[in-house]
Design a protein around this ligand. Sequence first.
Ligand SMILES: Nc1ncnc2c1ncn2[C@@H]1O[C@H](COP(=O)(O)OP(=O)(O)OP(=O)(O)O)[C@@H](O)[C@H]1O
Ligand SMILES: [Mg+2]
Length: 356
Amino acid sequence: MGISVRDLVKIYGQSTVIKGISFDVADGEFVTLLGPSGCGKTTTLRGIAGLDTIDGGEIRINDQVVSNASSGVFVPPHERNLGMVFQSYAVWPHLTVAQNVAFPLTVRGVRDTAEAVQWALDIVGMNHLAARRPSELSGGQQQRVALARAIVGKPQVLLFDEPLSNLDARLRDRTRAEISRIQRELRVPAIYVTHDQTEALSMSDRIIVMNAGLTMQDGTPAQIYHEPVNRFVADFIGNANFLNVQRHGTTWTLPDGTPLLVNAEAKQLDKEPVVALLRPEAIQLDAREPGQAITGLNRLTGTVVSSIFLGQHIEHLIRVAGTELRAFSRELLEAGDTITLSFHANDCRVLIDDTN
Ligand SMILES: Nc1ncnc2c1ncn2[C@@H]1O[C@H](COP(=O)(O)OP(=O)(O)OP(=O)(O)O)[C@@H](O)[C@H]1O
Ligand SMILES: [Mg+2]
């Protein structure tokens, strides 16, 4: 059951924009495609929706082949039983809210749509506005009409392409929670496209990080955040410090020779250039001089370059062993002050530097 994408390839003219992507979305699972602009998120979603043909691979929905490039199988979108919500709401201006929501049923020839429309509008909390036209609604309300329209046919799959990018921050938070709730209620597989990392981290069971038509990593939000497979993924999610590290047998140093305790468990580190990831929140700042050594703890001395108030925390730039590190704390520091940074070896993760 669910969605299965195997070796998906999409070619536009001379360029291969999807270069062989495979992933599964189990029933009831919420999976996010995350990646920079142009990496192929929308193209992948359009392939699954049947809005485009594919040039390689196979897509199955609930064990039924809906697209197969070799055999030429292609099930048209209206026979795939999908609910889709896109960035532009695409609600019809001349139809009322209720008529908009009924639309997918009407085109399928369903006569009595009232009950289904009421159910869908109830879920998004819009029943009281059923008689209005889109021009009489706020952007967020129009978005919820689009959401109701997507679910009215009790789809077996939900697809979202940046559905919240036109909403303001607060409405985005609310609608985000609503989408999660609706998807859990319907217990269908969902694929959500975004390039907003907060959205991806907070909503997803799994995140697929894409770059240039390829999958970089497929994992839970915590895996993607704490165990990124390479520098691209680490840099794309959350704040990241990268340290140039050098290996000497079993020990590691910074370029100036400062010894460093690291977490070098990741695979394939022998074959490729590496870099160490150190998240700012893993760094403890302490004005005192380094005291007794604690097992597994790095203690380095640095100089404060700058200190910026950001509300929930203060962000510091600290010059250490020839590089600048970002760190957070709750107190402002004076530029030029000497400070001790400590961080655990486990939090200093050596990974492949795929940008090198
Ligand atoms: N109809 C098309 N014809 C030619 N090239 C296309 C077409 N649609 C998309 N592309 C190209 O395919 C690549 C992937 O596009 P896609 O829209 O899937 O990116 P995306 O990840 O959704 O980006 P964004 O975050 O900006 O929406 C881009 O290089 C884009 O220019
Ligand atoms: Mg897109």
